[in-house]
Design a protein around this ligand. Structure first.
Ligand SMILES: [Fe+2]
Ligand SMILES: [Fe+2]
Length: 483
């Protein structure tokens, strides 16, 4: 079978796996022939896609990582905030993960839009347990990891539903309230004697970034436990691949790029490396398009996450992209990416631009034209107006003449006047709050310190990865997206 994005599903296709909604019923059975109505339903409910049977891909099937009964029990436990059932589900997840033939989470979780909250908690527990197992944790630690995963967002039940599911921007007060949820989760667990302090700590710290820019306490990597670091990284990963009220889902490959971009900045280096090994950028059975223009399906993994073994459709040819003769072939993200971006996202953008009278003005400053081109291409978006400049002096002159922009993206290493000095000059001119993201070739402590001294929002290490840049820019413009 192969995984096909909802927008690419066609009537007559045969379902290769059940589509289930654990709290409701089986939505569609394996073997069902898809109709127009089915496809419309899946699209409306925000399903990413479906596994369909296909001659070319007979025998290809991703391994199930958790059983349907574990999923159903976990989801019910989260929905009812039933501590005993949550603990049992955590244990069952560890058993299921331990029984996997290969520690690789290939099966895409097919869930509707309104199942997010409880499926998210179960998914996070599954990912966290798999990553922790890869990193060598003992069985008792794995159980604690799964407990932390399944309980991490329980505190959200204390926050009004309208705030949690609000599309678009939160007010400052709403965002402050959202930021309390790790503490609320911690408090709920505190009442339970069976839960270890390790679990509580991990839950409390699940929104902390390793560079100290997270919440609630702004702790840094050396103050965080491995469990907390795993929980944080897989939590973001699952949010990225999910459809949320304010965003469309990223594909696993895009989410993978985000994790790599944040490696050592937001996320612990060892945790990201473990995720690379356990959570595939290109899961088994997913559709890809090759740079040769051919369509293919992923059939196996290699040591290089971005170069799997693929079957070229219509040719009966399997190729290992790590082999020398195929080195020139790349996977183009287009087929997977665009197919998933259906009607909903346009509507979301419309809603947002309706409130906006003008485009968001972003100034890009970099002495390298190649670098400017890459950054500019990654930010191509009808909501953004890009002002592209090649030196610190040019940037200062622009601000002097035209006033502040909405966001500055500034290269640090530039001849004559470097990026830090340029931003320091902005601050002296009185533009204290103008948000700045630095681009740097290194993230040494000294560099980071200088970024903080001039009140930068963020810094990104080159080479710039498009998905990471886009997402960090969106967050710099609207911090409440990082919820
Ligand atoms: Fe959370
Ligand atoms: Fe979460």
């Amino acid at each position: 079978m192969r995984f096909t994005m909802t927008a690419a599903l066609k009537p007559g296709m045969v379902l290769g796996r059940d589509i289930v909604s654990p709290l409701h019923s089986v939505i569609l059975k394996q073997g069902a022939v898809l109709t127009n109505e089915n496809i419309l339903y899946l699209a409306q409910k925000g399903y990413l896609g479906a596994y369909v049977d296909n001659e070319d891909t007979k025998g290809i099937a991703p391994e199930e990582h958790i059983s349907q009964s574990t999923l159903a029990d976990g989801v019910k436990a989260v929905d009812n905030v039933d501590m005993k059932a949550l603990m049992a589900a955590a244990r069952q997840i560890v058993i299921d993960i331990s029984n996997m033939k290969q520690l690789s989470i290939d099966l895409l979780d097919l869930r509707s839009y309104d199942e997010y909250t409880y499926r998210h908690s179960v998914n996070v527990a599954v990912y966290a347990t798999a990553v922790a197992k890869y990193m060598g944790m003992t069985e008792s630690e794995l159980i604690q990891m799964a407990q932390a995963g399944i309980c991490h967002d329980l505190g959200k039940t204390k926050i009004p539903y309208e705030i949690i599911n609000k599309p678009g921007r939160l007010t400052d007060a709403e965002f402050q309230e959202v930021k309390n949820h790790p503490r609320y989760s911690y408090d709920i667990l505190f009442a339970n004697k069976d839960i270890s302090s390790m679990v509580r700590q991990a839950v409390l710290c699940h929104h902390e970034n390793v560079n100290g820019s997270g919440y609630p306490a702004g702790k840094e990597g050396n103050e965080l436990t491995t469990m907390a670091k795993i929980l944080h990284a897989v939590d973001i990963y699952d949010a990225l691949i999910s459809k949320r009220p304010y965003k469309e889902p990223y594909t696993p490959a895009e989410a993978f790029e985000y994790m790599i971009g944040g490696r050592g900045i937001l996320f612990d280096v060892d945790v990201v490396d473990a995720m690379k090994a356990v959570i595939p950028a290109y899961p088994i059975a997913t559709d890809v398009r090759l740079s040769t223009g051919e369509d293919a399906v992923v059939i196996g993994h290699t040591k290089e996450p971005l170069r799997p073994i693929v079957r070229v459709l219509g040719k009966n040819l399997d190729i290992d992209l790590t082999r020398n003769e195929y080195r020139s072939i790349l996977i183009t993200p287009i087929s997977v990416l665009n197919a998933g971006r259906s009607g909903k996202v346009e509507k979301l953008n419309e809603d947002r631009s309706a409130v906006k009278e003008r485009k968001t003005r972003i100034m890009l400053v970099d002495d390298s034209i190649i670098s400017l081109r890459q950054t500019g291409a990654a930010l191509e978006n009808e909501d953004y107006e890009l002002i592209v400049l090649q030196s610190g002096m040019a940037a200062i002159n622009y601000i002097k003449a035209k006033g502040a922009v909405d966001l500055v993206i500034m290269d640090i290493e530039m001849p004559k006047m470097n990026g830090i000095a340029t931003v320091a000059a902005f601050r002296e001119m009185g533009y204290n709050d103008m948000p700045v993201i630095f681009l740097t070739s290194n993230a040494f402590k000294e560099t980071v310190k200088r970024c903080i001294e001039v009140n930068a929002k963020d810094y990104i290490v080159k080479p710039v990865l498009p998905v990471y840049l886009r997402e960090r820019v969106a967050i710099a413009l609207d911090a409440t997206l990082e919820r």
